[in-house]
Design a protein around this ligand. Sequence first.
Ligand code: GLP
Length: 242
Amino acid sequence: MSAPNAPALRILAPAAWAATVADELVERVRAEPRLRLCLPTGDTPSPLYARLAELERARGGSFAQATVVGLDEWADLPPGDPARCDVRLRRELLDRLVPPPRFIPIDVDGSDDEAAAREHDEVARNLDLAVLGLGMNGHVGFNEPGSRPDEPTRLVRLALSSREAATARYGAARTPSGGITVGMARILEAREVWLLVTGEHKAAVLRRAVVEPEGPDCPASYLRRHPRLTVFADEAAASLLG
Ligand code: GLP
């Protein structure tokens, strides 16, 4: 699984992006009700989650037997902080699904983050589907530039841009210094990987991730080692793919 593959590219009109990805996800979980998946937070998936909640309000029950595994979490934001990934995922999606899926967040509220990361590494094995966002610096989860493809779930220091996003974009009460992330090793072991990318501001980093040679400056570029990678991009994000 080390030679780069060509990802399946789904390039969608911005207005159709959320509905298309939501339909595909509901189809997946309906076909395989006990799906184990990780889901990202951030601005990219918000419209997708709104659409999923709407679909499920009408149909219901698709996620009843699924398990959602936390992808990443700030290590030093207090429980309930609005920028926390667990808070955001519950607020935007999980609490709106009836019945909700089982959710296994990353436990950052104990006294030993290293131990919590090791424990979550076991939880993150055998994912059926890893759904990811793409950071402006090429990160996936909190696998920041410099991450290697064989790294496990672990406690990481965050790039300044990621730390600042917590307060500037996600409403955190203070600037976090670190995070715990499902590692690239677990992501690449998942049966299938979806990368979600929207907006013109992500066009250059998406090109870096899927067209240019893979390298540690852009951890997302390692995703091309995965034989079943699908990139769901809107036309703006895909505008530099040529
Ligand atoms: C965040 C998260 C990632 C997320 C990415 C992109 O910091 N750790 O899981 O996918 O950055 O965020 P956004 O969708 O807001 O651009």
